[in-house]
Write a protein that binds this ligand. Structure first.
Ligand code: ADE
Length: 225
């Protein structure tokens, strides 16, 4: 089994890159793909950059070049669900691109891409082996090309789109993987509450949120090997 880990920011990706044994790097379209082993598992790590277009082009490039069996989008997110706050982790059951809007021509609001059920359950279990269960949720993650920093938008993402967390890449990665028939999961630790405090909270909680994702991914792979 070959895994691909896609992270948006250097702070989210570099820890995973550094963990790879027997690492080799390859650059394509300015993206640095690092391949090696986590335990016995073959893993490629890449930093895609922020936002849906970056995420989609990176995911598609990686699928064509590395043919991964499984893709996991890992990183941080804003918490929007009730009680989903900093220190929590959300594993996506599915994703919704909440800024995909064809309602003017009678279509449903948003674009849903599902995640792989087994993978998501296993990521959830791995998360519960690292954090108290009360800090881990399995549910919808909302993706859009916007850093959400106001409670009104956060409430809309929660109430109208049914999401627990918001970020900027997961839905794009999930859509690309769904098209290719490759199982995909999205794992996000909450760095801020997508509100007026986010500007301060995000840099404050980023490192500990990233550290939680690293522990969870390692726990996931140690159950696999
Ligand atoms: N990633 C982390 N926090 C976020 C937020 N509030 N909005 C969008 N993406 C995020």
């Amino acid at each position: 089994m070959r895994y691909l880990l896609i992270c948006a920011m250097a702070s989210e990706a570099e820890g995973f890159r550094a963990m790879l044994a027997s690492r080799t790097d390859e650059e394509i379209l300015g993206l640095r793909f690092s391949s090696g082993f986590l335990g016995d598992t073959s893993v490629t790590v890449v930093q895609c950059g922020v936002g849906k277009v970056n995420a989609a082009l990176c995911a598609q490039t990686a699928l064509l070049r590395f043919s991964p069996d499984v893709v996991i989008n890992v990183g941080v997110a804003g918490g929007v669900g009730k009680g989903v706050v900093t220190g929590h982790v959300v594993v996506a059951s599915d994703t919704i691109q909440y800024d995909f809007d064809l309602t003017a021509i009678g279509e449903e609001d948003g674009l849903v891409s599902s995640c792989d059920g087994d993978l998501s359950r296993n990521l959830y279990r791995a998360a519960c082996s690292v954090l108290p269960e009360s800090r881990v949720s399995l549910g919808r993650i909302a993706t859009g090309d916007r850093f959400v920093g106001d409670s009104e938008t956060a409430a809309r993402i929660r109430d109208h789109y049914g999401a627990l967390a918001c970020e900027m890449e997961g839905g794009a990665v999930a859509q690309v993987c769904a098209r290719a028939g490759v199982p995909c999961g999205v794992l996000r630790a909450i760095s801020d509450n997508a509100n007026e405090h986010s500007e301060v909270d995000f840099p404050t909680f980023l490192a500990s949120a990233v550290s939680d994702t690293e522990k969870i991914v390692l726990a996931y792979f140690s159950q696999k090997v």
